[in-house]
Design a binder for this molecule. Sequence first.
Ligand SMILES: [Zn+2]
Ligand SMILES: [Zn+2]
Length: 282
Amino acid sequence: MSNHIHGKKIEKKLKFTTVLSSKKIWIRRINLAELILLGSGTGIPSLRRGSPGILIVSDSTLLLIDIGPGTLRKILEVGFTFRDPDLILFTHLHPDHTADLVPILFACKYGDFPREKDLLCMGGTGFKSFFEALKKLYGPWIEPQSYHLKVQEVSKETFFYRHLKIQSKPMAHISGSVGYRIEWMDGKSIAISGDTDYCQNIIDLGFEVDLLVLESSFPDSKKVEGHLTPSLAGRIAMESHCKKLLLTHFYPICDHFDILNQCGQIYQGEIVVGEDLMRIKI
Ligand SMILES: [Zn+2]
Ligand SMILES: [Zn+2]
């Protein structure tokens, strides 16, 4: 009897795996480049909004930008796994943007099938010493054996990763914060601020991009230094001439305000107020 029940359980599990893998194939075939907002919140636990994490699916390349706590589970929800990302770009070292780094390295090592493909992790100045400190703390538990891990620092530079041109610039948040602009060969482009206050660098990164992803931490009446409000995000969008604006990184208080209206007073283009698991084609 117990065997029978056990058998049923296995059958169910197999079915689920099949659904996940077919979904994965579908995503890769239909959408050549897509941004999936894994978490639209902050470090404050929220049932509505997960911590920062963005997944970009571009042909067979998977790119993550920030992996706050809970991001690895969100990746499963959109049909991928922690083994799939090729490149992780970190905007800064605050825990709401980096907390899943240790869990992803641990899972890649001790999962049912250890990771085999290379992983590149990049972050601003200080990222290397941050990573060395984690290695000291966790030792062999996070040191890769079955794959190659490369850790690199960026500041103000332009580099290529496979078919993508990536540009980074310092942001006005904490020391070592960077924003990114990603361009495709066919001219498509996106820019991502991470956490920042108003600054020229994010306007430069976002110049005429197809999609500008900006943080919008607090409503206009509750401005906090080092973060944007909806109207400041609107100003950056307007000044960068981006084609579409996606707002994210909402502290819980934002859900009591009309964020779209506050931003729309300044920026006349298309504004998307982010929600978890939202998908935007690029
Ligand atoms: Zn943050
Ligand atoms: Zn931060």
